[in-house]
Design a protein around this ligand. Structure first.
Ligand SMILES: NC(=O)c1ccc[n+]([C@@H]2O[C@H](COP(=O)([O-])OP(=O)(O)OC[C@H]3O[C@@H](n4cnc5c(N)ncnc54)[C@H](O)[C@@H]3O)[C@@H](O)[C@H]2O)c1
Length: 374
């Protein structure tokens, strides 16, 4: 089968998520990295990354605009899609530049700074008939897909309540009055110029919203949020009461100052006939309780069925993880690029909803936690 060609923007060898994308895309051997602008400010790091992946020097670009122009002019070996792994502030302009040239786009979350920008990207994709993927990673996990299936089969009944949390502690030093050594992680997240109107909700709260909506099919209709900045410019902690379009309520909580927590995304869904719980740090297991029965722990590959089973790569007991969740998203996205048929991956619509969620949280918190419609 002919391999797709993709280009990447952002993701030098020392960056965080760009490398995860490349490794994940490589897993199914459906796509080849053919061009890139991995950094626009560090030419050596840009060249080093391109050379590491054997990219022809004439396809390693100093900036994304040159890349979009030059790649659009190619015919025989034109890119099939691009992958954007740069800080939030650049997503809109980069996505727009490539979409205007007719490229399918996969972009990191949050999709962009404002819901107006997100709506423009959605409209552009529709106008140009382009596929878009927004890499809400956690929707790629098999057991998240199984949770979605179990709920869609009605096994836990009507959803009464949802608890979602995503807890980290890497910015704890920023909340206290002591400063220990600087975190090596990407601290641009705390700077509104790079991050946008929110740090914590924009970085991890948005994952709760998307994962819950993917699993349950429910969308947040309105919310009441209290964001804590601890004297920083942007939030480091948030407690969010949500109301879904079904009328059910839920509670989302995200934090970067929760000592002892790393990537603690936990989703608990309570229905009229049972409950489901999934933890990102133990992703191969799904806790299912049917009313009146003992709790069951379902194990990936041993107890998966349907679409979740199709995505099992290795036997049960060998842990899959974050990279494989990304790979599942890219398998679906690349499949859609090849076939032209829809796939099971988050799109610009999810990206738009995510930006609206972030905006509503910030607005509510600024108004003392009042309810804000989405
Ligand atoms: N889906 C997830 O689970 C997940 C996880 C981590 C990060 N992210 C998102 O990924 C994005 C990147 O985050 P990160 O932690 O990898 O950041 P990072 O700082 O580690 O890497 C950013 C990269 O972008 C490059 N870059 C910056 N501006 C550029 C430009 N104009 N042109 C080309 N390259 C440019 C930098 O050189 C660097 O290589 C963010 O939007 C973040 O929210 C998503």
């Amino acid at each position: 089968m002919k391999k797709l060609r993709y280009g990447q923007i952002g993701g030098t060898l020392n960056a965080f998520i760009g490398a995860v994308h490349r490794k994940a895309i490589a897993i199914d051997e459906m796509c080849t990295l053919a061009a890139g602008c991995f950094s626009s400010t560090h030419p050596e790091a840009n060249d080093e990354c391109g050379a590491h992946y054997g990219i022809s020097p004439d396809r390693i670009y100093p900036d994304y605009r040159t890349m979009a122009e030059s790649e659009a002019a190619r015919t025989e070996d034109r890119l099939d899609f691009v992958v954007i792994c740069t800080p939030n502030c650049t997503h809109y302009e980069i996505a727009k530049a490539f979409m205007e040239k007719g490229f399918h786009v996969a972009c990191e979350k949050p999709l962009c700074f404002t819901s107006e920008q997100a709506a423009r990207l959605r409209d552009l994709a529709q106008k140009k008939n382009l596929l878009t993927c927004v890499t809400y990673t956690y929707t790629g996990y098999n057991m998240v897909k199984l949770a979605r299936q179990i709920i869609s089969e009605g096994r836990i009944g009507r959803i009464l309540d949802v608890k979602g949390e995503y807890l980290q502690d890497w910015l704890l030093d920023k909340a206290g009055d002591h400063t220990e050594k600087e975190s090596t992680l990407s601290v641009w997240r705390m700077n509104p110029e790079f991050s946008g109107i929110s740090n914590c909700v924009g970085d991890i709260g948005t994952h709760i919203e998307e994962t819950v909506s993917y699993i349950t099919g429910l969308h947040v209709r309105r919310l009441s949020a209290v964001l804590d900045t601890f004297s920083q410019e942007l939030d480091l902690n948030a407690n969010i009461l949500v109301e879904f379009d079904s009328g059910a309520h839920g509670c989302f909580s995200c934090s970067q100052i929760a000592a002892g927590h790393y990537n603690g995304l936990v989703i608990r869904i309570f229905g009229t006939s049972g409950a489901i719980e999934w933890e990102q740090e133990h992703p191969d297991f799904l806790k299912v309780t049917l009313k009146g029965e003992p709790t069951q722990i379902l194990t990936r590959a041993a107890h998966t069925w349907g679409h979740a089973a199709d995505l099992n790569r290795i036997p049960s007991g060998h842990p899959e993880g974050l990279t494989m969740a990304f790979a599942n998203i890219y398998r679906e996205f690349a499949g859609a690029v090849i076939s032209g048929r829809p796939g099971d991956y988050p799109t610009v619509e999810d990206g738009l909803r995510g930006v609206k969620f972030i905006e509503a949280c910030v607005k509510s918190s600024k108004n003392g936690g009042t309810w804000v419609e989405i």
